[in-house]
Design a binder for this molecule. Sequence first.
Ligand code: SF4
Length: 253
Amino acid sequence: MPTNYTAAAAEKTRQNYEALQRFYPPLTLDKPRRSPMRELISTVLSHRTTHADEELAYDRMLETFGDWAGVEAAPTPELAHAIRTTRWPDTQAPRIQEILRRIKAERGEFALDFLAEWPTEQAMQWLHEMPGIGLKTASLVLLFNFHKPVLPVDTHVHRIAQRVGMIPPKASADKAHQLLLAQLPADALVLLNFHKHNYWHGQKVCFYAKPDCPRCPLKGFCNYYLEHYGPATPEALAATPERWDLAWGELQH
Ligand code: SF4
């Protein structure tokens, strides 16, 4: 990749961070949204599944089998039935049981707190070796629960990075993970805000099918905007809302 491309992409990443930091509420690191075990298993359940259906599957699973030991020991077809609101329950059920089996066999209990003490790369590799745990899931657990300097690249982060020009248009999500991390400071708070703000932006403004570019604070430096609307005019920039108004929709945590 030529140096001028790399420098321009890094500048767009910096502009993205600053613009979305102003547009959405800033986040802090002090309170993980879920326990590490819940974050890990919920992320497996969330694959191509709505948040509501993922939560329903998680609740049904624990109501039916009681705890992680019960989930691990459950007849697999019954576990698949309990998580039937997910996209691929017949694949996810044995996967979840295998993950639980490995955690118990290696650590003696169903807990991930030991990862707090591990170096980031070692923790990432350990999680990544679990069946069905990709970079995104491992990064979510390590960033949200243990404040490690890693970046989850979900479908929203990936799409916006491509459209804005922070990464090449055809870069995969795993490549995006590597490129964006190299452009951002190794600071968990910055990475949490970057991830979450782009996640919200993908949900609320930069939609997959029809991005709401007139409302977007990234229009001044976005490649997609330039291609579809031309250079952002002073009028278009002035018409951009300063920040997200909760009257337009709640931001999911
Ligand atoms: S200007 Fe449009 S395409 Fe670019 S980030 Fe904003 S909503 Fe997405």
